[in-house]
Design a protein around this ligand. Structure first.
Ligand code: HEM
Ligand SMILES: [Cu+2]
Length: 661
């Protein structure tokens, strides 16, 4: 009996590595501390009511961003482990098997569980405010999307201590990910973690597409809509077309592993190239899905901090839509070397290069917006200015990679690693940071310390260039990606050493940012944003108090032009808006909280866990729970309520410090 338990436990829990024992202990301690604190301060009800069951888009957005920061920590630790291993030739700090796990979880976590939720968090917080809406189109679905993401992320992360991490790279190419070569449960965690959160992402795409098309304030024609919602719209279109491909691809891989199908196993009559085509038909649009919203954020910030209308608004809109369509036509540039032939390679090389045109248009528009503007350089603007050169270099090396014959040299070398980190960190992550600093006062009602923010910016940037510029050279010197170690004879070590120092500087930058937030919370009284408009903004979100009341707009704004709030300020009519006439107030229709999303996501988690371990006794109740949640929800008619005028008056009076006449 005891032996049986021992045998089960040694297969179930990951054993034999001190790092992982350390993780086990810290997970237990942190969990215990959280449970203790919540119980001691009697906060369980508050947590459930105010956060876990909330359908307020602003709160859901904050939870997304919090989760993204936690994941950035995890993904960052993975990155530092890899860089530590590669700093000196012949190091054996990480064993090869472990190294495979680390680069796999690093890539998956950074893209799917850090960048995506960070982006969804910004969508949630800002899109309804910018288009003058009171919520998203489907508030409960929105909460469900968040909890599915969360369940998927937790499932994926659990593989670290239970069962073992996936190790077939962030896109899990067969045959590495097939059962025969990868018999553990790591790849199953990969499949279900991504599958569950991916369904959430697809629903977010649909939700925001409908929100933007249907819920704009009266008068806001599409061509009067700010650029951030436009970038969200183009990103959502790409989500809606690409995520179903991901779902299908992972389902096929699952059937191969679980049910002995042979979609991708060569000796069973399947074809791994099929997988590679499918996964990149999702994977390439995915990188544009995450970068387009960053373009939207930069556009907002550039025009606010240059005190000018965005140059070439319409060309910006068309550029984004063209990019989101073109992104579906280039996927095969990821495997030029895999024998598609010259004709196919040429098509994909040219279509890839075409993307540089609309992207170039955008860069010039940002520069022209700044030209002769009255520029102030606060942290959001600083990130934007830092982004432009970084993204230009990243984009140019991307064009180099798209030259098919040259790619035979660059392919899977460190040149590629440097390129994609340059566009992903310099474009996506810098963009989201800019957005976070820009909209922070709107989210929490106070501004963050600029001084610490500037230090963080410089550490990120200097660290970035020190880390990734040497990697271009290393790539040209022949260092391939995913190598765990190399000899002294290669002559690669000085550059690798510099690269590791750069990574450490970025680690310090992250710590500075966390400190900046803690510092901001501690001293929030000193930095209160009492105006609701700390940057002298141009768009609707700045016309309401910070943080926004839960119904957002007491009276829905009437939009007349692009940058409506700015124009109203210029004409001096915004003061009237601050004194809301009582007759204009009407009871506001709002959605009620719902426990369904978190419960349903919990059921998905159990079902996924059951699939991973082939435990039908857990999978079946999990799936049944999902079905019951759906049924119960479809018979629930008690989903909304009205906020009475009296309550609106009191809230507005308290927030705006004005009386309503
Ligand atoms: C912040 C500093 C970062 C450092 C120092 C870093 C470092 C690394 C290293 C050393 C590798 C492995 C290269 C190899 O041996 O194959 C890697 C791979 C990767 N990184 Fe990062 N990274 C960072 C941030 C990010 C971010 C922000 C993202 C995405 C949002 C990202 C996405 C990826 C992906 C997708 C891979 C490929 C994984 C694979 O080969 O399957 N990284 N990174
Ligand atoms: Cu691509």
């Amino acid at each position: 009996m005891f032996d049986q338990i021992k045998e089960f436990a040694s297969g179930f829990f990951v054993t034999g590595d001190p790092l992982i024992y350390g993780a086990d202990v810290s997970i237990l301690l942190v969990t215990a501390a959280i449970i203790f604190t919540l119980t001691y301060f009697k906060k369980w009800r508050w947590l459930w009511r105010e956060w876990l069951t909330s359908v307020d888009h602003k709160k859901i957005g904050i939870m997304y961003i919090l989760a993204a920061f936690l994941m950035m920590f995890r993904g960052g630790v993975d990155a530092l482990l890899m860089r530590a291993q590669l700093a000196i030739p012949g190091a054996d700090f990480l064993q090869p098997d472990h190294y495979n796990e680390v680069f796999t979880t690093h890539g998956v976590i950074m893209i799917l569980f850090m960048a995506m939720p960070f982006m969804f968090g910004l969508f949630n917080i800002i899109v309804p405010l910018q288009i003058g809406a009171r919520d998203v189109a489907y508030p409960i679905l929105n909460s469900l999307s968040f909890w599915l993401f969360f369940a998927g992320a937790m499932l994926f992360n659990l593989s670290f201590v239970i069962g073992g991490s996936p190790d077939a790279g962030w896109l899990a190419y067969p045959p590495y990910s097939e059962l025969m070569y990868n018999p553990g449960v790591g790849q199953d965690f990969y499949i279900w973690g991504i599958q569950i959160s991916g369904i959430g992402s697809l629903m977010t795409g649909i939700n925001f597409l409908v929100t933007i098309l249907k819920m704009r304030a009266p008068g806001m024609k599409l061509m009067k809509m700010p650029l951030f919602p436009w970038s969200v719209l183009s990103s959502c279109i790409a989500i809606i077309f690409s995520f179903p491909i991901l779902t299908a691809t992972l389902a096929l891989l699952f059937l191969d592993r679980y049910a002995g199908a042979h979609f991708f196993t060569l000796d069973g009559g399947g074809n791994p190239m099929m997988y590679i085509n499918l996964i990149w038909m999702w994977g390439h649009p995915e990188v544009y899905i995450i970068v387009l919203p960053a373009f939207g954020i930069f556009s907002e910030i550039v025009s606010t901090f240059s005190r000018k209308k965005l140059f070439g608004y319409q060309s910006m809109v068309y550029a984004m839509i063209i990019i989101s369509v073109l992104s579906f036509l280039v996927w095969a540039h990821h495997f030029f070397t895999m024998g598609s032939g010259a004709g196919v390679n040429t098509f994909f090389a040219l279509s890839t290069m075409l993307i540089a045109i609309p992207t170039g248009v955008k860069v010039f528009n940002w520069l022209f917006t700044m030209f002769r503007g009255r520029i102030t350089v606060k942290t959001p603007m600083l990130w934007t200015i830092g982004f432009i050169p970084c993204f230009i270099v990243g984009g140019l090396t991307g064009v180099l990679l798209s030259v098919a014959p040259a790619d035979f040299q660059f392919h899977n070398s460190y040149f590629l690693i440097a390129h994609f980190h340059q566009v992903i960190i310099g474009g996506v992550i810098f963009g989201y940071f800019a957005g976070l600093y820009y909209w922070w006062p709107k989210m929490f009602g106070f501004t963050l310390n600029e001084h610490i923010g500037k230090w963080a910016f410089w550490f990120w940037n200097i660290g970035f260039y020190a880390c990734f510029m040497p990697q271009y050279v290393l790539g040209l010197m022949g260092m391939t990606r995913r190598v765990v170690s190399y000899g002294w004879d290669k002559g690669w070590w000085p550059l690798n050493f510099v690269s590791t120092i750069g990574a450490a500087l970025m680690g310090i930058a992250f710590v500075l940012q966390v400190w900046q937030i803690i510092h901001g919370v501690k001293h929030y009284r000193k930095n209160l944003d009492t105006t609701g408009d700390p940057w002298d903004g141009r768009t609707l979100e700045w016309s309401i108090p910070s943080p926004a009341p839960h119904y957002n707009f007491a009276v829905l704004p009437q939009v007349e032009e692009l940058d409506d709030w700015w124009e109203k300020k210029q004409r001096g009519v915004h003061k009237q808006l601050n004194n809301i006439a009582e007759e204009k107030l009407e009871p506001i229709h709002m959605p009620k909280n719902s426990g369904m999303p978190i419960i349903m996501a919990g059921c998905w988690f159990l079902a996924g866990f059951g699939f991973v371990f082939h435990w039908l006794w857990l999978t079946i109740p999990g799936l049944a729970g999902v079905a019951i949640c759906m049924l119960a929800h479809s018979f629930n008619y008690d989903t909304d309520y009205y906020i009475p005028v009296k309550e609106i008056k009191e809230t507005e009076a308290a927030l705006r410090k004005v009386t309503i006449s």
